[in-house]
Design a protein around this ligand. Structure first.
Ligand SMILES: N[C@@H](CCC(=O)N[C@@H](CS)C(=O)NCC(=O)O)C(=O)O
Length: 220
């Protein structure tokens, strides 16, 4: 098998790439990395010294590919499937990349900061992170009033980024009740077979998540 994915089934950025792989039925080998294990850490560090995952090793092309957005573009280019995740129209592709960046920087990052503070039992002012999430929710609500997927009628890289970011963000800061478009989009994402499969595989690990009690019953 050509591809090996270094990942952990609970990690939100790993979910983003798993969704892309499942969307296209791409064959890959799994290498679960437990960052608490020094040997696992060393293995990941040898590939990507920043020690962040996921990383894909492509044995056939002899390259290691880090960074989720780059991995998904790489898969789209070299291992295309039935569901292209980057549109061929360059302007639509730019829009997809913009919303992918939006979810990584303005949903994942503040959410992860809040989660890490809870994990490490750090009491700190989280006003800035919560404000970023509130602004992001408001922007998604407005954008999704007239859209099926983030960048139009087709599921894309932006939706791969959105699903795990919103899944975990909702546990640290619930969506405002009046945000129907955001809630409908979230439910649509959660019903997508690739996303369901990722969440099903994460189930055995959910108890390790510091906001476990805030995961809705339907996902447990
Ligand atoms: N920008 C990176 C972010 C990857 C990332 O932050 N992954 C987390 C897991 S969700 C990680 O490796 N955390 C380990 C750490 O921070 O030590 C990407 O898109 O791949």
């Amino acid at each position: 098998m050509s591809l090996t994915l270094y990942y952990h089934p609970l990690a939100s950025f790993c979910h983003k790439v798993l969704i892309a792989l499942y969307e296209n039925n791409t064959a890959f080998e799994r290498r679960i990395i437990n960052l608490a294990e020094p040997a696992d850490r060393a293995e990941l560090e040898a590939i990507w010294p920043l020690c962040r995952f996921p990383v894909v090793r492509d044995h056939a092309r002899a390259v290691d590919v880090p960074e989720t957005s780059i991995i998904i573009e790489y898969l789209d280019r070299h291992y295309p499937g039935a569901q292209p995740l980057l549109p061929t129209d360059p302007d639509v592709a730019l829009d997809v990349r913009l919303w992918d960046r939006f979810f990584d920087h303005y949903v994942q990052e503040p959410m992860q900061s809040i989660v890490l503070a809870r994990l490490n039992d750090i009491q700190c002012d989280q006003t800035s992170e919560r404000t970023k999430l509130k602004t992001a929710y408001k922007m998604i609500e407005k954008r999704m009033e007239a859209r099926e997927w983030m960048c139009g009628a087709s599921f894309s890289l932006a939706d791969c980024a959105a699903a795990p970011a919103l899944f975990y963000a909702a546990t640290v800061l619930p969506f405002p009740e009046e945000y129907d478009a955001l809630t409908t989009y979230f439910d649509r994402l959660m019903a997508r077979p690739s996303v369901r499969r990722v969440l099903e595989e994460a189930k055995p690990y959910f108890q390790m998540y510091p906001f476990y009690d805030d995961i809705p019953e339907r996902f447990l």
